[in-house]
Design a protein around this ligand. Structure first.
Ligand code: ADP
Length: 498
């Protein structure tokens, strides 16, 4: 078989396109940043047309760079920043308002009202999510309630809602397809992950007309093709998944218990729980992981660490303790241990499993012997301890063993950090050959739907480790250090006074 797979990776700050060969190796990529709009404190918006134009342009650039025509592309897959909300006019294709970005906090008061009504319990049971401004549902309600004329137009069926995947597929197909996939749907706060349909109770509560909503489709199937006037010859559109789910797919975490952790500004950890939607006792999200064609829906437990690589940035930009992130590796191993120092980077509170908005960052265990190296080491360790907190919670919730942890994201270039993670987790950490796992996942989903691969086993066999870090630390030492972390977290908690 000859051809190429194309991934459209629409992120929060940039649109990217990566071209892969049919063995899943990246051949060319292009990236374009776009404007972040902050109309008020805590509000974040994107221009949907700029999202579309940058995404279209990077595809054209990547095809040009590789010197291939769209006829040579076997299929494309779309992966995207999740939860970001767009409403547009079905006739004109014009957005009625800017995209409200996942980070935007404008609907926090509405979320408070939902909680005061006690409706958050039903939302949690139906959607697997916590009631938070992060997800799309309250953003849709906000646009309907605040942009003049929009509610009437929505009720007349003139408007369409979509997350970024829906918007891009609509544009790519010249308005022919208004669809989303299960993973993106499961982040809207409107989708019942058990009945696998938009939830009428939630729609009624938020006063959202069903007529706005896209069809929910599997993450891997041939949905349609691009219209010829965009890239030339039509390209089959054959994969859609939200960024974290796409990364999990790109990491070939296909069996229950397999997990990936992405180390960027924060961390995103997802564990495959198979066909079981597991309700978390530790405050993790239950989310759709993917559906392949007409196969069963697979679920994941998801947790995130708010501050991970951001703590390294703070060492550099806030404290001036280092000049570059990469210095942390040598500094950390210049001392045998952190000298009893713990740094809890609760700069914006703590997420799962603590859920303490009043926690703040703290450094404990300082002595006259403490050096810059100890603090740097403690910072790296804090990334690993926070990830361990999530892994432990997932294992307790699911009863599934972790086996190995697959890793990706900007910080995994740091070998010292990865070794620490293996040591503090007590499990091997695998860094893949292709670290562009999000884009790879989208390409793989598209390739699976178009017969490039016959099965998940086929893909899993092809997935390659760049390096495996195996734990060297004794269990005793690991648990002693981890107990220290728990004590340090206790010192950071409940700090800000209400
Ligand atoms: P995001 O997608 O969240 O912007 P990236 O995946 O690009 O993040 O990763 C960038 C993050 O990784 C930054 O927070 C940075 O501090 C961290 N980082 C980059 N290189 C290293 C390194 N060598 N050691 C530790 N952290 C690093």
């Amino acid at each position: 078989m000859t051809g190429y797979l194309l991934a459209l990776d629409q992120g929060t700050t940039s649109s990217r396109a990566i071209l892969f060969d049919l063995a899943g190796a990246p051949l060319a990529s292009a990236q374009q940043e776009f404007t972040q709009h902050y109309p008020q404190p805590g509000w974040v918006e994107h221009d949907p047309l700029e999202i579309w134009q940058t995404q279209r342009d990077v595809v054209q650039t990547v095809l040009h760079q590789a010197g291939i025509g769209s006829a040579d592309v076997t299929a494309l897959g779309v992966t995207n920043q999740r939860e970001t909300t767009i409403l547009w006019d079905r006739a004109s294709g014009e957005p009625v308002y800017n995209a409200i970005v996942w980070q935007c906090r404008r609907t926090a008061p509405l979320c408070d009202r939902i909680k005061a009504d006690g409706f958050d319990t039903a939302i949690r049971a139906k959607t697997g999510l916590v009631t938070d401004a992060y997800f799309s549902g309250t953003k849709v309600a906000w646009i309907l309630d605040n942009v003049p004329g929009v509610r009437e137009r929505a009720e007349r069926g003139e408007l369409a809602f979509g997350t970024v995947d829906s918007w891009l597929v609509w544009k790519l197909t010249g308005g022919k397809l208004h669809i989303t996939d299960v993973t993106n749907a499961s982040r809207t706060l409107l989708y019942n992950i058990h009945t696998r349909d938009w939830d009428d109770d939630i729609l009624a509560y938020l006063k959202i007309p069903r007529a706005l909503l896209p069809d929910v489709r599997p993450s891997s199937e041939v949905y349609g093709e691009t219209v010829p006037y965009i890239f030339g010859a039509p390209i089959p559109i054959a994969g859609i998944a939200g960024d974290q789910q796409a990364a999990t797919f790109g990491q070939a975490c296909y069996t229950p218990g397999q997990s990936k952790n992405t180390y960027g500004t924060g961390c995103f950890l997802l564990m495959n729980t198979g066909e079981q939607a597991i309700a978390s006792q530790g405050g993790l999200l239950t989310t759709a992981l993917w559906q392949i064609g007409s196969g069963p829906l697979h679920y994941a437990l998801e947790g995130s660490v708010f501050i991970a690589g951001a703590a390294i940035q703070w060492l550099r930009d806030g404290l001036g303790l280092i000049k570059s992130a990469s210095e942390t590796a040598d500094l950390a191993i210049s001392v045998p241990d952190s000298g009893g120092v713990y740094l809890v980077p609760a700069f914006v509170g703590l997420g799962a499993p603590y859920w303490d908005a009043y926690a703040r960052g703290t450094i404990v265990g300082l002595t006259r012997g403490t050096t810059r190296a100890h603090i740097v080491r403690a910072t790296l360790e804090s990334i690993c301890f926070q990830s361990r907190d999530l892994v432990d919670t997932m294992q307790a919730d699911s009863g599934l063993g972790l086996g190995v942890l697959r890793v990706d994201g900007g910080a995994v270039v740091n070998d010292v950090l990865m070794q620490m993670q293996a040591d503090l987790l007590g499990a091997p950490v695998q860094r893949p050959q292709v670290t562009e796992t999000t884009a790879l996942g989208a390409a793989l989903l598209a390739g699976l739907a178009t017969g490039v691969w016959q099965s998940l086993d086929d893909i899993a066999r092809q997935w390659q480790v760049n390096r495996e870090f195996v734990p060297h630390m004794s269990a005793d030492q690991r648990e002693t250090l981890y107990a220290g972390w728990k004590r340090a977290v206790a010192r950071a908690r409940d700090w800000i006074e209400n």
